[in-house]
Design a protein around this ligand. Structure first.
Ligand SMILES: [Zn+2]
Length: 206
């Protein structure tokens, strides 16, 4: 059974997948490393079977004999949610006003493009042992997506009936974002056009 690296752009549904879906439905321990609250090392030196990484520095190795699950969503939605999280956590690296948001957005678009270029490019880099999971698939098609994911990560002992108890609603309403501007969505769409089109990423819902 191969180990699984989950490379996820921040705020793309990873927490939802692990804590609201896999932990509740799986009958056996997940053997999961959250990375940042555990070893902060890729791969996990504790040999946990499933590991998360945001690859902030884009230095994670691409490991042979690992499976790769790649999580992403429309960059505007991820980045809004990311900014709100930093504000909630009072992260001192950022400034929480219109200018701070503009700087954050530009910086995180660059990170999104580089992240996607590395992780959502050629499948052959991963010996074709790679699966992409978009946030919209989890939200819109929970049961089918979870069935595919559990198959991919080789978890067969899980309670499917518990999926009925999960409420897959979107948690970020971009329209309520205090710095919302339609032209920011246009900017993101323009800059990320190639990847959005290639990966058929769902449009922002406002
Ligand atoms: Zn670890």
């Amino acid at each position: 059974m191969k180990r699984v690296m989950i490379e996820t752009y921040p705020r793309s549904g990873h927490h939802f997948l692990i804590h609201k879906i896999l932990y509740p439905i799986c009958n056996n321990p997940l053997n999961y490393c959250e990375c940042y609250d555990h070893c902060n090392t890729v791969p996990c030196p504790d040999n946990r079977r499933i590991q998360k990484s945001h690859d902030f520095l884009l230095k994670d190795p691409i490991l042979e004999n690992f499976k790769y699950l790649i999580q992403y969503r429309h960059p505007y939605e991820s980045i809004v949610s990311f900014f709100k999280l930093m504000e909630t956590e009072n992260n001192v690296n950022y400034q929480y006003d219109r200018k701070g948001w503009n700087d954050f957005l530009n910086n995180k678009i660059d990170y999104w493009l580089a992240f996607m270029d590395k992780w959502a490019g050629s499948q052959s880099l991963f010996n074709n042992d790679v699966m992409h999971v978009q946030y919209s698939q989890l939200i819109n098609d929970l049961e089918e997506t979870v069935t595919k994911i559990t198959h991919f990560i080789e978890i067969d002992d899980y309670d499917k009936s518990k999926l009925q108890e999960i409420n897959p609603r979107k948690l970020t309403n971009t329209r309520n974002f205090e710095y919302f501007k339609l032209r920011d969505i246009w900017k993101v769409d323009r800059r990320c056009k190639e990847a959005i089109k290639r990966l058929q990423i769902e449009k922002v819902t406002i």
